[in-house]
Write a protein that binds this ligand. Structure first.
Ligand code: C2E
Ligand code: CA
Ligand code: CA
Length: 412
């Protein structure tokens, strides 16, 4: 039924082949089929009809004047995200490379097929377009019905924790050496039926101030450990980081309780990294050190979070058995224009190397930051340049699709 309403453009210089494709589309009851002999003509059509975007563009690669590659580049500018099908008589290796190129230009590639195209293949490809459209149209979470709120009461927040409406969103951590995903950071998100996805600054500060972080900490630990186990069972060798609040470290029973929660899910503690902000560990008295030493003994990774923003970072490093140093995002974003920030970043990385702990840069937002960190031999990067935090299901999909993208980063 949906096929009737599709608007499809077929670009093929070979008259006979183009007509054959158009004929197949009609036989699948697609009514609106446009045709072009070459890329130039196709672009003119698209520009003239800007108010009525196309659903699918089917394009040959080897065409006179403007070849398929050049056309796809222009197409991505005119109609980013449009569904695309590549038709070609060329060999598989070339098609694969054009596929990657189309992805990187931001086109939604339904498939690349060798000519001649069969009716079954075509029907399958149209089905993929429809699936994708439905997936995009159906919001995974309720979108905010009313403007965002940040004035939740403690009671509302605690009920959300109780009802497990707060869950980890995972943001990938990528090795700057290999370009591979090596883990993720779990960041708390409240899925609210009325206000949609709510970020942590709307609920964590109040929990902190009122000394009520425990419920959230344990909810996050349990859900994250389960997600990590699920990913590992699917063959992804990942460790996931969980943020631990300052205040929790005062209670000397914390380490044992954290260990128990993680072991109960079936995950080994060595696959969880606990991120502690520097100021936290620092104000820490003996109790915090006892907790951290015990957690390390149980196998957890320990990360010193927001490195560089606290007071006595150096002392911190000498008394806590950290395994990772996470450089605060303010230094990363500043380093493009501020040479002092660059020095802070570089010397933090060097210090991590000397202390034999991993260096992680957070808040990596651009290619140039990625390149800079790679030049400084930083171990791991995390940030919007790679991906924003996403729910566990999307993260699994992200991991599945990741390998072709890794080249983009790793090639640097
Ligand atoms: P954080 O631990 O420093 O986490 C990094 C924050 O930076 C996250 O904000 C993340 O979404 C954001 N971020 C990641 N990449 C980029 C980037 O490229 N650019 C910019 N501008 N930001 C980036 P988020 O998720 O809003 O969390 C804010 C803070 O809330 C966290 O800062 C952490 O301190 C706290 N938090 C989040 N979840 C938990 C939790 O489960 N427990 C505890 N105790 N604290 C949490
Ligand atoms: Ca963190
Ligand atoms: Ca941070």
């Amino acid at each position: 039924m949906y096929k009737k309403t599709l608007r499809i453009l077929v670009i093929e210089d070979h008259n006979f082949q183009r007509k054959a494709v158009v004929h197949m589309l009609h036989s699948l009851s697609v009514e609106e089929v446009w045709q072009a002999n070459n890329g130039k003509q196709a672009l003119e059509m698209i520009r003239a009809e800007q108010s009525r975007p196309l659903d699918i563009v089917m394009c040959d690669l080897d065409m006179p004047e403007m070849d398929g590659m050049e056309f796809l580049r222009h197409l991505a500018q005119e109609q980013p995200g449009v569904s695309t099908i590549i038709l070609s008589g060329m060999d598989g290796a070339l098609i694969t490379s054009v596929e990657k190129m189309a992805h990187s230009y931001g086109l939604h590639l339904l498939g690349a097929v060798e000519k001649p195209l069969s009716l079954e293949q075509l029907e399958m490809l149209l089905g993929l377009h429809q699936e994708n459209k439905l997936a995009l149209a159906a919001p995974r979470y309720p979108s905010a019905l009313t403007p965002k709120r940040s004035d939740f009461t403690l009671q509302e927040i605690q009920q959300a924790v109780e009802a497990k409406n707060i869950q980890p969103f995972l943001q990938p951590k990528i090795s700057l050496l290999t370009g591979q995903i090596i883990g993720a950071e779990a960041l708390a998100r409240w899925i609210h039926p009325q206000y949609g996805v709510i970020p942590p600054d709307a609920f964590i500060p109040l929990l902190e101030r009122s000394d009520n972080m425990e419920g959230l900490t344990f909810l996050m630990l349990e859900s994250t450990a389960k997600a990590c186990l699920l990913l590992r069972k699917q063959g992804y060798d990942l460790d996931i980081s969980v943020n631990i609040s300052v205040s929790s470290l005062r209670d000397t029973s914390l380490a044992e309780r954290i260990t128990r929660v993680v072991l109960n899910t079936g995950l080994e503690p060595k696959h969880i990294i606990l991120e502690v902000t520097e100021s936290a560990a620092m104000s820490s008295v003996a109790e915090a050190l006892e907790n951290l030493a015990r957690l390390r003994m149980r196998g957890f990774g320990l990360s010193i979070d927001d490195y560089g923003t606290g007071f006595s970072s150096m002392q911190q490093l000498t008394r806590v058995p950290f395994t990772e140093l996470k450089i605060d995002k303010s230094f990363i974003s500043d380093s493009a224009n501020n040479s002092s920030s660059r020095v802070v970043v570089e010397s933090s990385i060097q210090m991590a190397q000397k202390l034999k702990v991993k260096s992680v840069a957070e808040g990596v937002e651009s290619r140039s930051e990625w390149d800079m960190l790679q030049g400084m031999s930083c171990d791991v990067a995390q940030g919007y340049f790679i991906a924003k935090p996403m729910d566990v299901e999307s993260f699994i999909t992200y991991c599945k699709r990741y390998s072709p993208l890794s080249a983009r980063h790793a090639d640097a």
